[in-house]
Design a protein around this ligand. Structure first.
Ligand SMILES: Cc1ncc(COP(=O)(O)O)c(C=O)c1O
Length: 453
């Protein structure tokens, strides 16, 4: 897996003088476009734990691309499945039609999901999965005759993608402030980040279960009869790796049950083995009503998202005349054949290599490695669970985010890809990572943190 620089790529880069493509037309997502285009970071090939850039440089991937390539890059079983599917059945509508792999994949996901969660609705991304789950929650209550339950509750610092529902329940100010009033009737729980009590917790922090009681406060304010659902990430990823305090998710579940409120876990990042079990719901022993998935579902190879519902929720929709559509929702590319083929091959790979529990096996080593960084300059917190680590740095005075971004750029120069959000460095290596590579990632990060002091 740990390959030297590919000589053919080096030659190719030298032969072309490592020329860059014209870059004006592509308005890049979530990117500092002007900074990027002055010093582009181009990825041209990937295999196993590594990317290669356009000059032939090998880059160790400590971010699973964007939290999605859980089985590592270029997995041949997945590649072959996509190729074969494209040749056999390129596209099939799934409105009033179907194709075999969509049904097979739904069964396979249900088989590894928490008990009772066995109905799967397909979308094409995490953002679409979130919109689907929110709409499902609203429609569920209405079909049951409780149409007054229209309010959605998110959480401060939550990230649920970029569509209007997702940014409305989300709680990251930069993603919300430009886009007007958003959805009406949304409220937010407080976030669980409490460095004064929990800094440098290994695994789940001890303090903060009582923050779930915020939901009781919102029930007292709005009345439960107006609230449809609560959506949280079991582990908040994009906001800087916030691990739920011990007992917090259990308490949230209890309060939801008490008031007939649906609990949605956004498992777009935590799904498919990131926390040591197939889903974080299993890691933390709390079963939601709806669960959103994407990213690792297809190992990042073909866009795909999904919502997994408790059967009881699905069954509520299955009333009324049988010739009528029960849920007016879906995407042209829901359960796209290429995505289904990729996801089935991904699940085979996860199963064969036991990757969905590998983070549990590696987490002690990973935790020790990342927590050793607490000795480094400006490290103000380290957080971890499974194969996710968050290393929070003190911001440069008056320039929030810049210190972590400098670390990101420095690591890229050294040959390491990681993610930063605010002043937190997030590590989420592919689940195939070896202990030696964990040590290598941390050593490179340590050197960059020292240089950023
Ligand atoms: C928890 C969570 N939900 C939703 C999304 C959105 O997924 P996508 O970018 O595929 O729309 C993300 C993306 O990082 C995420 O982390």
């Amino acid at each position: 897996m740990n390959k030297a620089i590919d000589p053919s790529l080096m030659q190719a880069a030298e032969a072309t003088g490592a020329q860059l493509p014209p870059m004006d037309a592509h308005w890049m997502p979530f990117t500092a476009n002007r900074q990027y285009k002055q010093a582009p970071r181009l990825l041209v090939r990937a295999e196993g734990m590594h990317y290669w850039d356009h000059t032939g440089r090998q880059v160790l991937d400590a971010a699973s691309g964007l939290w999605c390539v859980n089985a590592g890059h270029g997995r041949q079983r997945i590649v072959r499945a996509i190729q074969a599917q494209a040749a056999e059945l390129d596209y099939a509508p799934t409105f009033q039609m179907g194709h075999p792999k969509a049904f097979e994949l739904a069964e396979r996901i249900a088989a590894i999901a928490p008990a009772g969660m066995n109905r799967v609705f397909f979308a094409n991304s995490g953002s679409e999965a979130v919109e689907t789950a929110l709409k499902m929650a609203l429609a569920y209550h209405r079909v049951r005759g409780e149409g007054s339950r229209t309010r959605l509750i998110g959480r401060e610092r939550g990230y649920h993608g970029v569509n209007f529902g997702g940014i409305s329940v989300g709680g990251m100010v930069g993603n919300r402030k430009m886009f007007g009033p958003l959805l009406p009737g949304v409220d937010h729980l407080r976030h669980t980040h409490d460095p004064a009590r929990n800094a440098f917790s290994v695994g789940q922090p001890a303090h903060g279960a009582e923050l779930a009681d915020d939901l009781e406060r919102l029930v007292a304010l709005h009345d439960a009869s107006t609230i449809a659902a609560v959506i949280v990430e079991p582990v908040a990823g994009s906001t800087g790796v916030l691990v739920p305090p011990q007992g917090y998710l259990q308490r949230l579940r209890e309060i939801c049950d008490r008031h007939g409120i649906l609990l949605i876990f956004d498992e777009v990042i935590t799904g498919f083995g990131r926390t040591g079990q197939p889903f974080a719901a299993q890691t933390f022993g709390v079963t939601p009503d709806l669960m959103t998935l994407a990213k690792g579902i297809s190992n990042g190879s073909v866009p795909m998202g999904a919502v997994v519902a408790r059967q009881a929720i699905h069954d509520v929709f299955m009333t009324g005349p049988e010739h009528l559509i029960e849920f007016f929702h879906g995407y042209t590319y829901s359960a796209h054949p290429l995505a289904c083929a990729a996801a089935l091959a991904t699940l085979d790979t996860y199963a064969e290599e036991q990757l969905l529990t590998r983070a549990g096996t590696l987490q002690t080593h990973f935790a020790q490695a990342v927590h050793a960084l607490r000795e480094e300059p400006n490290v103000i917190d380290v957080r971890n669970i499974g194969l996710v680590g968050g290393i929070e740095l003190a911001p440069l005075p008056g320039e929030p985010s810049k210190r972590a971004f400098n670390v990101f750029l420095d690591c890229w120069q050294q040959g390491l890809l990681l993610r930063t959000t605010g002043d937190t460095v997030a590590l989420s290596p592919p689940l195939i990572v070896e202990t030696g590579q964990i040590d290598q990632i941390v050593a490179m990060l340590r050197a960059a943190i020292r240089r950023a002091a």
